[in-house]
Design a protein around this ligand. Structure first.
Ligand code: THU
Length: 119
């Protein structure tokens, strides 16, 4: 979260993805002057993990400075469910509030690889 590039929203987000080999891959949000070109912390983390050859994940932590824990956005839910439908998502604030959901809870009735007849 401290590395977040969020000059437009001032909403800094940090994500940490625990992979099944025990490694932790981090991400932060990266905004852009062309607003839709920005990326969420969760997608930055998953992209970095995939780039490292990691495909199996154990948990995701998301931290912000909001007053209440904030769950991943809809686009991030879709990206997460591709790799880890049952992934626990632990969302916390820097003041210590916490909430926890699974990706499937956050995105019920999802369009997944199974929908394309895969896996
Ligand atoms: N953001 C994230 O990085 N993750 C989320 O789960 C929600 C939103 C970012 C996108 C944008 O840079 C800023 O937070 C405000 O929406």
């Amino acid at each position: 979260m401290e590395q977040a590039y969020a000059p437009y929203s001032n909403f800094r987000v940090g994500a940490a993805l625990l992979a099944s080999d025990g490694s932790v891959v981090e991400g932060c949000n990266v905004e852009n002057a062309s607003f839709p070109a920005g990326s969420c912390a969760e997608r930055v983390a998953i992209g970095a993990a995939i780039t490292r050859g990691l495909r199996e994940f154990v948990a995701l932590a998301v931290v912000t400075e909001a007053t209440e824990p904030t769950p991943p956005c809809g686009v991030c839910r879709q990206v997460l469910i591709e790799f880890a439908p049952e992934l626990p998502v632990l969302c916390a604030t820097t003041s210590g509030a916490e909430a926890r959901w699974s990706v499937s809870e956050l995105l019920p009735h999802a369009f997944t690889p199974t929908s394309l007849g895969r896996r």
